[in-house]
Write a protein that binds this ligand. Structure first.
Ligand code: ZN
Length: 209
């Protein structure tokens, strides 16, 4: 497996999600990062999340992996070699406090286990991924549905922006933003991530002191 290097994430990249949290839509991509220690594979084991630190929200996201070092002018289909689905777990109450103070989001977004991810699959090309929607089911009921046509900043814009400001190379991955429908999880919740009708991954939430 390719070693994952940097984990970039895009905030507020779906208009309806920005609105549900009362946030303005940004005029440039809003980028933050998670430590690689946040990653956890969906391999059948329950995934442990922090208990006693307020609400933990799921944010289901389409994830791309960069397969080669970026050079200006490179297109999405040349750069992206694999795709996955992931959850950008967020300590929402902690994040609200951090925002009030104007502090970085790391405590709310970068905790251990905050980035469960499915296995990577070959990237079929941008045209192809625009034809399929991703879905989160919670305890059997649909909780989120995302269509990449609704991204405020599309994959090319995100890639160019990240590369220009922070650098982008082989092994970097990007969580591209969550659609509307985020909410808190609780101990025992079963989360399933689907690409179209194909199940990419699933796990049970473990949350106890
Ligand atoms: Zn997110």
């Amino acid at each position: 497996m390719t070693t994952i290097r940097n984990i970039y994430c895009v905030g507020r990249n779906f208009g309806l999600h920005a609105a549900e949290l009362g946030n303005e839509v940004p005029d440039k991509p809003m980028i933050f990062m998670k430590p690689t220690h946040a990653l956890v594979p969906m391999n059948g084991q329950p995934i442990e999340l922090p208990a006693g630190r307020g609400e933990v929200h799921y944010e289901t996201e389409f994830v791309i992996r960069i397969g080669r070092d970026y050079r200006p002018g490179m297109q999405v289909d040349e750069l992206v070699d694999a795709m996955a689905l992931g959850i950008d777990f967020t300590l929402r109450d902690v994040q609200s406090e951090l925002k009030k103070k104007g502090h970085p989001w790391l405590l709310a977004k970068g905790f251990l286990g905050s980035a469960p991810i499915t296995e990577f699959r070959p990237f079929p090309g941008e045209d192809e991924v625009l034809q399929t929607e991703f879905v989160l089911r919670k305890n059997g009921a649909e909780a989120q549905r995302g269509n990449l046509n609704d991204l405020i900043f599309n994959l090319q814009v995100i890639i160019d922006y990240i590369a220009a400001n922070f650098g982008l190379g082989a092994g970097d991955i990007i969580f591209t933003g969550t659609p509307a429908g985020v909410a808190a999880v609780k101990h025992g919740d079963r989360l399933e991530l689907l690409w179209g009708s194909e199940k990419f991954g699933e796990f049970t939430v473990k949350m106890e002191g």
